[in-house]
Ligand binder design. Sequence first.
Ligand code: AMP
Length: 213
Amino acid sequence: MNIILFGPPGAGKGTQAQQIVNKYNYFQLSTGDLLRDEVKRNTDLGKQIEEKISKGNFVSDEIVNELLKKTIKDLKFRDRIIFDGYPRTIEQSKNLDIILKEFDEKIDLIISLHVPREIIEKRIEGRLICEKCNTTLNKFFNEEEIKMHPCGADRFIKRKDDNSETLMNRYDIYTQTTKPVIDFLSQKSFFHEIDGTLKISEITNKINTFLNV
Ligand code: AMP
């Protein structure tokens, strides 16, 4: 079963993808990672890619498709791919069908994690870290856990790495660019939107019911 996983930054897509990878032995195909790997190799192609990525522009379909094909044709990933960061446009969605057909594969499941903007904002703004044991909790959502924390509630400090402006900006770009793709794909019978504000384990259970059929 090949899967497309959609979700804005901060929706918990990484957490859910990881559980699918571990439990069902899947391969997470992130086009962003594939492109960054190419940049690291410092090839001519890598240089072209870097120019696009650094400006926040999309890399051309021609390049992305070639990188995708390399993974899709690898038999060890057959029917075990989670597409992450692809497709980002309707054109890419059509391309994906064509590429998969070429290798006699298809998409069987599409999951879109939906989290409203104001919740993402609270998730980012409320993140606290215990300076002693590094546990991360949220002042808006984990009031009780913070109070009962063994290291003491006063040990929680604001996480330094949170750059809320950049994250919210990425959220807005995600919504603008992927909404048409999600609307287009939501007509498929195997498209499922999941409420990303549920508990992590509840989301995992829902995803697993789709995978266990
Ligand atoms: P990501 O790690 O998914 O946020 O992707 C990082 C960057 O890689 C994006 O900002 C784009 O420049 C490029 N990129 C990733 N996926 C795609 C794609 N499907 N099509 C075009 N460019 C992409």
